[in-house]
Design a protein around this ligand. Structure first.
Ligand SMILES: [Zn+2]
Length: 195
């Protein structure tokens, strides 16, 4: 394993980014090597889960500023952010431009296919059917979500796709990480009649 590749602190390290991806600055793409002891996507500490969810919340803030539904997502492989995006359906006039979809697409471009199995997806709001389906198809092994979505949530709120044992893939779901913060930003948009 090339440790330098995964634990680099370079701020200008190359990363795949699609044209429709958010125009992110250099900040936040790389994490300090002090976290390099974490290898298993299932062994993330609660502290790390919150840290990565805060990166997703930064994306949600970008969505809010762009008058989009304020939902953000990041994909983490080991300690590296390999995908990050926010909801962009209005900006791109694309109903599939959900934060999780874009972040997964970035991660799939940045990683080898077998590396996705050790990646984790963080989303500030419980993802919809499309996004959960994309996570399963990508082979992401772990989904961490913030606030539940009673209208479209596909991890148990409306339907439970990861819980369907007839599917041939498994997705470990962790929920409620920074839920108050993830809800608060959605409420900002509601107050502003932006949803
Ligand atoms: Zn979605």
């Amino acid at each position: 394993m090339d440790d330098q590749r995964y634990f680099s602190t370079r701020k200008d390290a190359p990363i795949a980014q699609l044209d429709r991806a958010s125009a992110c600055g250099a900040e936040g793409w790389w994490f300090e090597p002090t976290w390099a002891h974490v290898f298993s996507p299932h062994a993330m500490s609660a502290k790390l889960d919150e840290q990565y969810m805060r990166e997703a919340l930064k994306e949600a803030e970008r969505a809010l500023a762009a008058r989009e539904k304020p939902v953000g997502a990041v994909v983490i492989h080991k300690t590296q952010v390999v995908g990050r995006a926010h909801h962009q359906t209005r900006t791109l006039k694309d109903p599939t431009a959900h934060a999780a979809i874009i972040a997964i697409t970035q991660a799939a471009t940045a990683l080898q296919p077998d590396q996705l199995a050790t990646a984790s997806l963080y989303v500030t709001q419980e993802p919809c059917c499309m996004c959960v389906g994309a996570a399963l198809l990508a082979g992401v092994s772990r989904l961490v979500l913030g606030v539940d979505d009673a209208k479209q949530g596909a991890c148990g709120s409306v339907i439970d796709i990861p819980g369907n044992e007839r599917l041939n893939r498994r997705l470990l779901v962790m929920r409620g990480v920074l839920a108050p913060e993830c809800l608060a930003i959605l409420r900002k948009a509601t107050i502003g009649a932006r949803l």
